[in-house]
Design a binder for this molecule. Structure first.
Ligand SMILES: CCc1cc(N2CCCCCC2)n2ncc(-c3ccc(F)cc3)c2n1
Length: 257
């Protein structure tokens, strides 16, 4: 089983340079979701504080958003902060909560130029006011853009999302808007935070961990998974292109249905 898993992991560096990877523009995954893992480990390996890894990781977000947009990806979901991350030291959480405004302060003009639409998913009401202000401003300013949907998962947890969906459905049954026999996959999906999005075609996780970590558990039921040992701060456009190339090869092998 272990060697089966190890097949999933790509090498530390792309097997080919970007120029050699042939991608089929008609078979680009519409929705790519990424668990951006390995920031703390990257910092530790370099003898730096953990926040240095998060800062470096934020620069990678920029590069991958650009590459995804270039390739024609429709939705890019990035797992930026999980419901479990609140357990980290306060100093680290405080630093993380400043990253959205730092990122948007630098990148929002370019995101506008590139017709990118910023979207959020998670329990946003628990975020600090300054974080909320920054992300809501970006969502508002980009709401009419029609290009790549950049979906940040902030204070997101899949089990919480599913519990909330079940509560909403139970309420609709209680109010007589729904019968229990009406409840099917479509009803559940329409009550999830991703109701307006297609499921991820490709899930990428960096840093060598082979786990979902309570991320989009319902939505990734049929997704292709691509795990890489590369730590997020070392992840680059070539790694992203390689993940898309591997996705396309698998799709071809399984008839792409
Ligand atoms: C709130 C925690 C957090 C952490 C974080 N990291 C740290 C963890 C993962 C690596 C990437 C850098 N980033 N990077 C961008 C954002 C961001 C979020 C929303 C938004 F609208 C614009 C940017 C971000 N947010």
């Amino acid at each position: 089983m272990l060697e089966k898993f190890s097949k999933w992991k790509s090498n530390l560096t792309p097997t080919k340079t970007d120029g050699e990877l042939e991608l089929d523009p008609a078979a680009v995954p519409r929705h790519v979701a990424i668990i951006m893992d390995g920031n703390g480990r990257w910092a530790k390996q370099k003898g730096l504080p953990r926040i240095a890894g998060h800062r470096e990781g934020m620069k990678v977000v920029n590069k991958i958003v650009r590459r995804a947009n270039e390739l024609g990806v429709e939705v890019l979901t990035l797992y930026a902060f999980s419901t479990e991350n609140w357990k980290r030291p306060k100093t680290e959480v405080d630093y993380l909560m400043k990253l959205p405004e730092r990122f948007l302060g630098m990148e929002l003009p370019k995101l506008m130029e590139e017709n990118v639409k910023v979207r959020l998913m998670g329990s946003l009401d628990h975020l600090p006011e300054h974080t909320l202000r920054a992300v809501n401003k970006a969502v508002h300013e980009t709401k009419d853009n029609t290009g790549l949907i950049l979906n940040f998962a902030l204070n997101y947890g899949s089990r919480f999302e599913m519990v909330e969906a079940m509560k909403e459905i139970a309420l609709k049954v209680e109010k007589g808007e729904l019968k229990p026999s009406d409840i099917d996959e479509k009803v559940i999906e329409s009550n999830l935070m991703t109701a307006d999005l297609k499921d991820p075609d490709l899930l990428i996780r960096t840093s060598g961990e082979i786990r979902l970590s309570n991320f989009m558990l319902w939505q990734v039921a049929y997704s292709e998974f691509w795990f890489t040992d590369v730590l997020w701060p070392d992840f680059n456009e070539e790694h992203f292109t390689e993940a898309v190339s591997v996705y396309q090869k698998r799709a071809r092998r399984f008839g792409g249905v």
